[in-house]
Design a protein around this ligand. Structure first.
Ligand code: DAH
Length: 359
């Protein structure tokens, strides 16, 4: 049987050894090892002493228990202190070795810029907002009514052939809009203050087209002005002002008769070629004519007003009282003319060498 003295001696000896080992434990791993060795739940040496308590005579147990508890508390406190001071030292050395020199010059990050198509869209919007237009947004997924039918292009109309598009499965039938002219119909239907309308509808459109001047996805803007007494003169003045604002007053503008199902009369708008500017001798861009086509336009066809009235269930836009003009074109087309770009695919390749020229 162990004696009380014997236990005390061992406790004393453990305490000395613990001190010694703590003094030389200089990293977290070594400290953890000391903790395990002395206080570990299963194999700790102090823990083991407690198991010997039972071997003592009953009268000695209380005193021995107190001595062991003191030893255990002492161990916990010393190891805890050592851990805390080691953590403090590690933190201090990290702080001093990882110090940031705030006087170093910063690293410049290249700033992004707006895409040329965004720049042109915003510029076009600004010009028309300046003329009192509202920006009107419509869905890219639309239907046959808004894209064709209401624009005087019934199912068998040959003009549909030029605007082959993508149809979505399901009912009711949906399609990717082929032009922003859908905005004409939608803005008239949504108008809260009829019959006056003055909107610009920019947006993304889709067609089954793909070559160096056509892309299956591209951007357009559509304009519509409706009211009593709107004339072809308003159309001409507005579009000339637009072209001069965007390109400069030095460009001549001309209007040619054309055909669109939703306008009558229809007009194609040309401006002096910006590539062979001044010389007027013609170049490859204008196919030797000195002119480039910039917009399609015309006076709103009465059939368009009738379709909207029919959908509204009442005569809101009486073709005998109101008239209007509409126009539309590709934002890519305007950007290509403005910046002298000959390949439409450059807009979609995200090549920084191309894009950074605009910022
Ligand atoms: N929607 C035509 C197109 O996509 C452009 C256009 C032509 C719009 C004449 C018009 C217009 O409003 O009057 O090619």
């Amino acid at each position: 049987m162990s004696s009380l003295d014997d236990l005390k001696t061992r406790a004393h000896e453990l305490r000395e050894r613990l001190e010694g080992q703590l003094a030389s434990a200089s990293d977290p791993g070594a400290l953890q090892a000391v903790r395990d060795r002395f206080l570990g739940r299963k194999a700790g040496e102090i823990t083991a002493l407690f198991k010997d308590l039972g071997k003592l005579a009953a009268e000695a147990r209380k005193e021995a228990g107190e001595a062991l508890n003191q030893l255990k508390e002492f161990g916990e406190a010393r190891i805890g202190d050592a851990e805390a001071s080691l953590a403090r030292r590690l933190r201090e050395s990290r702080l001093s070795s990882e110090r940031i020199d705030v006087t170093l010059p910063g690293r410049a990050r290249p700033a992004g810029g707006k895409h040329p198509l965004t720049l042109v869209r915003e510029e076009v919007e600004d010009v028309f907002i300046g003329m009192g237009f509202d920006i009107f947004d419509g869905p890219e997924v639309d239907d046959d009514f808004h894209c064709f039918e209401a624009l005087n292009m019934p199912a068998d109309h040959p003009a549909r052939d030029m605007q082959d598009t993508f149809y979505l499965e399901g009912l009711p039938p949906r399609l990717l809009r082929t032009h922003t002219s859908t905005g004409q119909i939608r803005s008239m239907l949504a108008n809260e203050d009829p019959p006056g309308v003055r909107v610009l509808c920019p947006g993304r459109v889709f067609r089954r087209d793909d070559d160096i001047t056509h892309s299956p996805m591209f951007h357009q803007f559509e304009g519509l002005v409706v009211n009593e007494g709107i004339t072809l003169g308003d159309l001409m003045g507005t579009l000339e002002a637009f072209i001069h604002a965007l390109f400069g007053k030095e460009y001549p503008v001309r209007f040619r008769p054309s055909y669109f199902p939703y306008t009558e009369p229809s007009v194609e708008v040309d401006m002096g070629c910006s590539t062979c500017k001044g010389r007027r001798t013609g170049c490859r861009v204008c196919k030797q004519t000195g002119w480039v086509e910039i917009l399609g336009s015309g006076m709103v066809h009465p059939a368009v007003f009738e379709s909207v009235n029919a959908r509204l269930g009442k005569v809101v836009y009486d073709p005998r009282k109101v008239s209007g003009f509409a126009f539309g074109t590709g934002i890519e087309r305007v950007a290509m003319i403005k910046y002298g770009i000959s390949d439409i695919r450059l807009f979609y390749e995200s090549d920084v060498r191309f894009l950074e020229q605009f910022s």
